[in-house]
Design a binder for this molecule. Structure first.
Ligand code: 2RA
Length: 340
């Protein structure tokens, strides 16, 4: 016996990836409904061998459905997620709306799978931000061994994190850049993204950080350990898919780089590719379409007593969004719903 599942936002980058991953991982589905906003209504999407027609999110009745994956903006989530939850359907939400709500578990299954058991407070489980998800997969096993005190992270985030419009902007600007008659003006991003990098993702906060940077701090504390100090700089780069992160970690206890490498190699969701030679590391183009969080460039930080540096790359549409959501559903199935 399987589940009756709903994918809201099925025509977007993340919604489509959710459908691919549900099919790839043979998630036990008895019935599936795909929902979209009015403007995309009737658009067809693929689910394995099947083609499904989208229905209207505004009028959909969630009663009798087990799990709803939400991959819509915060506005539509605010309107429809409580309605789905009230109808008895457990919402797995990809927006930032509920991530810091104390009554909503924020879950990365490699890090805090037990948190799904708290889902009944609101019938909602939050999926973390893409840049946080891959980082906590890397941090968790190292924290278990040597207790992390402080993390300094710089991100190199692909344009697909900003949706289809972000991808279109990079594509159009790249083509237009050597054509003097073509438009290169930024629309989705604040400055030109083609052949450039932009140290600005999401809105600015009063302390000079951005909301993307704040999310990395708040979400890591909620899922992993509130005592860890984190400082982040989030940067958009002209890459279509795959977020990269340079992470500096300071521990309470000494951790040797070889032991760190062995621990990461044995940890769930991680693939270590770390040869100290030309090309012996992973770049974003190599991670696209994969499930793993890739770790490379593991090395001691000689400037502090107990420090390690590493490079972490993952498909932001997968581990950073759709894959993590499907893994939450799998964990929910095992620990709470127990069907399938
Ligand atoms: C980004 N973090 O990359 C966002 C997407 N969730 O813009």
């Amino acid at each position: 016996m399987g589940y009756r599942i709903v994918v809201a936002g099925a025509t977007g980058n993340v919604g489509r990836e959710m459908l691919n991953i549900l099919a790839e991982r043979h998630f036990p589905v008895d019935d599936i409904a795909v929902l979209a906003s009015r403007k995309s209504l009737g658009t067809e999407v693929s689910f394995g061998e099947k083609t499904l027609k989208t229905q209207d999110l505004d009028t959909f009745d969630f009663a009798g459905w087990d799990i709803a994956f939400f991959a819509v903006g915060s506005g539509a989530t605010e309107k429809h997620a409580p309605r789905a939850a009230k109808a008895g359907c457990i919402v797995i939400d990809n927006s930032s709306l509920y991530r810091t709500d104390p009554d909503v578990p924020l879950v990365v299954p490699e890090v805090n799978p037990e948190a799904v058991e708290q889902c009944h407070k609101k019938n909602i489980i939050a999926n973390p931000n893409c840049s946080t998800a891959q980082m906590v997969v890397a941090l968790k096993p190292l924290h278990d061994r040597a207790r992390i005190k402080r993390v300094v992270v710089s991100t190199y985030q692909s344009v697909s994190g900003a949706g289809k419009e972000g991808m279109d902007e990079l594509w159009d600007q790249t083509k237009a850049i050597y054509n003097p008659t073509a438009e290169v003006k930024p629309k989705k991003f604040q400055k030109q993204i083609a052949f450039n990098v932009i140290p600005h993702i999401d809105v600015f906060l009063d302390d000079g950080s951005t909301k993307e940077e704040w999310k990395m701090v708040a979400e890591t504390k909620k899922m992993l350990d509130p005592s860890i100090k984190i400082t982040a700089t989030c940067v958009r780069v002209p890459v279509f898919v795959g977020h990269s992160e340079a992470i500096n970690i300071e521990f309470e206890d000494f951790l040797d780089e070889d032991e760190a490498r062995d621990i990461l190699r044995e940890s769930p969701g991680i693939m270590v590719v770390d040869k100290r030679e030309d090309g012996g590391y992973i770049t974003p183009v190599e991670c696209a379409g994969d499930f793993a969080t890739f770790i490379s460039r593991i090395r001691q930080d000689p400037t502090i007593d107990n420090g390690i540096n590493l490079w972490c790359v993952s498909d932001n549409l997968r581990k950073g969004a759709a894959l993590n959501a499907v893994q939450i559903a799998e964990t929910l199935g095992k620990r709470v719903l127990k069907k399938g």
